[in-house]
Ligand binder design. Structure first.
Ligand SMILES: Cc1cc2nc3c(=O)[nH]c(=O)nc-3n(C[C@H](O)[C@H](O)[C@H](O)COP(=O)(O)O)c2cc1C
Length: 307
C-alpha cells in the first residue's frame, strides 16, 4: 500500500500522455495544482538502456513531486535494471504501462498486450519490486475485449507486489471509442484493498469527485490539454481570464524552450495551442497565426496581441 503522507486522498492525477506530459507541461500543472499527482509520458525501458534521446525523458524537477515515472517494455530483466537505476532518482514511484492500445506497442508485446499475458505482466512486476522499495504501480484498461478478467488480473498483480492501480474505463478493443465505463472500476475497488484510481472521459476535477464513489482517486488526461486549470472547482475556473490563459501558454512555451530549440519548440507546442486559445471571437484566426509562427518572437508577439 502507498504510504500515507506520500499524497493525500482522494488523489487527483494528471494522466500520463505521450507527447504531452513532458517536463514543461508537468511544471505548469504543478504551479496551478500543488496536490495533483503527476505522471511522465510512457518511456521505454529498452530506450532508457540504449538511447540518450529517450534518457532525456527521465529528467524531472523536484517541484514535480509527487511524481510517477511511467515505463513500458516486455523484458523483466530490463525492467529490473531500469528500476534499479531509477531507485535513487527521487521519483515518488514507478508506474508500469499495461494499457496502451497502439498497434506498434501491442505488437511488441508491451503496454496493453500485457493484459493478455498475465504471466509476463507478473514477472515484470516481480522484477521491479525485487529491486526497489519505491511503490510500483500499474495503469491498465478494463481488459482486452471486456472487463471479465479485470479483478483476477489486478489481484495477480497485487500478489506480485503492486501498491496502486489506475484503470481507464475502456477495453483494448475500444481504443478511444464509445464512453468510458466506470462500473467495473468500482467493482474492482470492492474486491481489492490497494488504492484504485478511475480514469476516462472526465472533463473536470468536479466531475472526478462526483464520479469517485468508493475509489481512492481520479485521473484526467485529454481535458487537461491546454487547460492546466482543469482540476480547479468550477467557480474558481470561472475567474480565469483570457489574459491568464495567454500568459500561462507563454510560460508553458518558455519552459519547453529551456530544453528544446526554437523550431522544435514551435512545432511541438502546436498541439497545446487549441486548448489555450479558444472560446472568444477571433480565436480561430489567432490560433492559425500562432501555429504558423516560425520564430519565437513572432509567436510571442501574436500571443500578446490577443489581449
Ligand atoms: C495523446 C495521448 C497520449 C497518451 N499517452 C499515454 C501514456 O503515455 N501512458 C498511458 O498510460 N496512457 C496514455 N494515454 C491514455 C491516458 O492516460 C488516459 O488513460 C486516456 O486518455 C483516458 O483518459 P481521458 O479521457 O481523461 O483522456 C494517452 C492518451 C492520449 C490521448
Amino acid at each position: 500500500m502507498i504510504k500515507t503522507g506520500t499524497f493525500s486522498t482522494p488523489v487527483a492525477c494528471l494522466a500520463p500522455m505521450d507527447g504531452y506530459t513532458d517536463r514543461a507541461y508537468r511544471r505548469i500543472v504543478r504551479q496551478l495544482n500543488p496536490q495533483v499527482v503527476l505522471y511522465s509520458e510512457f518511456t521505454s525501458v529498452h530506450g532508457i538502456e540504449h538511447s540518450e534521446q529517450v534518457r532525456k525523458r527521465l529528467i524531472f524537477d523536484r517541484s514535480e513531486l509527487p511524481y510517477f515515472i511511467q515505463i513500458f517494455g516486455n523484458d523483466p530483466a530490463v525492467f529490473g535494471r531500469t528500476v534499479q537505476e531509477l531507485q535513487d532518482s527521487g521519483v515518488t514511484g514507478i508506474d508500469i504501462n499495461m494499457g496502451c492500445p497502439s498497434k506498434k506497442i501491442v505488437k511488441a508485446n508491451t503496454g496493453g498486450s500485457l493484459m493478455k499475458d498475465r504471466d509476463l505482466a507478473c514477472r515484470i512486476v516481480e522484477a521491479c519490486c525485487k529491486v526497489t522499495a519505491l511503490p510500483v504501480t500499474v495503469k491498465t484498461r478494463l481488459g482486452w475485449s471486456d472487463a471479465e478478467q479485470l479483478i483476477d488480473f489486478v489481484k495477480a498483480l497485487i500478489d506480485t507486489g503492486i501498491q496502486m492501480i489506475s484503470v481507464h474505463g475502456r477495453t483494448y478493443q475500444q481504443k478511444f471509442k464509445g464512453e468510458a465505463d466506470w462500473g467495473p472500476i468500482y467493482e474492482l475497488k470492492r474486491a481489492v484493498s490497494i488504492p484504485v484510481i478511475g480514469n476516462g472521459d472526465l472533463k473536470s476535477g468536479d466531475e472526478g469527485l462526483a464520479r469517485l464513489k468508493n475509489l481512492d482517486g481520479y485521473m484526467i488526461g485529454r481535458a487537461s490539454i491546454g487547460n492546466p486549470w482543469v482540476f480547479w472547482p468550477a467557480e474558481k475556473q470561472a475567474e480565469i481570464t483570457l489574459k491568464d490563459k495567454v500568459e500561462k501558454m507563454l510560460e508553458h512555451f518558455q519552459l519547453l524552450r529551456q530544453y528544446k530549440d526554437e523550431t522544435i519548440s514551435l512545432i511541438e507546442f502546436r498541439k497545446h495551442i487549441t486548448g489555450y486559445i479558444n472560446d472568444f471571437p477571433g480565436a480561430k484566426a489567432f490560433r492559425s497565426l500562432l501555429m504558423k509562427s516560425t520564430t519565437e518572437s513572432a509567436f510571442t508577439a501574436t500571443a500578446r496581441a490577443i489581449c
